[in-house]
Design a protein. Sequence first.
Length: 339
Amino acid sequence: MSGAIEQEARAWLALQLSGEMCPADRMRFDRWLGRSDLHQHAYSHLAAIWRDLDWSETLNAEALTGAVLIPAPSRDATPHAAPRNAARWSAGLLGAAAACLVIWVSLPVLSFPGRPELASIDPPAEVLYETATGEVRQVVLEDGSAVTLAGGSRLTVAFADHGRHARLLDGDAYFHVAVDAGRPFWVETEELQVKVLGTQFELINRPGQSTVSVSEGRVQVSAVQGMSGARLGAGERAKVARGGGVTVSRVDPERIAVWRDQRLVYNNASLGELILDVNRYRRGGIYLASPDLRDLKVTTTFRTDQIDVAVPAIAASLGLDIVRSDTGEIILRHPPGEK
């Protein structure tokens, strides 16, 4: 099968999943399918890959509900023109269809000029917890609090009479903090500090950015650099970039820390973010051949045991090639001759 036909099929699939296929597009798509069994086979193959990734559970669940069932090819044919703006649909996979799921809100920015120095908490009893690649583990702390660590994560914890202190050095953690009004629970990364009395929330630490998502209770978030912050309740999320302020948005509590159930979910996320995550669950490593690939947008979901199927499917949808090494590494790159 020619690369041109595969590119056309990717473009049509991306257009359908975007939710922006109008009646005229549908007519052109039907004509394209009817011109060749090879067209039908290429499109059917890509659609089947997405269904294999539990597409019905993704943020765009309705997109493939009415997908065309296509028979296997029986004869060859000459490829025809791809749909309009094919490159745009291939490179911008699924962003438009998921846009309605994120509701940005403007909350009052709080100032904490007198917040206590965490360094005042006695440091000697610090304990390190860490997980290996692909490992998800829950630990119960001495105060009864429970912390679930995602793959490749590191957390230190220190308790004193007047406070409880944790630092997420790397990775993802989900906290179920035991109530103790006399000893606030502080969690920090390089970018932010979180103060809680008793609640459940997820903390993600990535290079240059940290994210807090609250599933139950309330927390107080403050940026390490500067004096900005916000109070979050259930269903709210705060992102703090290094040197920046606190950005707050709404989030479905049911989709917080879904990695605890061996699932990864992406809503118009960057390919770079996805790669950082999957490398916490896959030995051998997945890499991007050029920095510009990091900003490509992806909306999908898959289980952590589907990574070796999901990543090639995502690469195909974005029009990228994959290269596999003898040691198990996967490299995503532009096709030869492209940027």
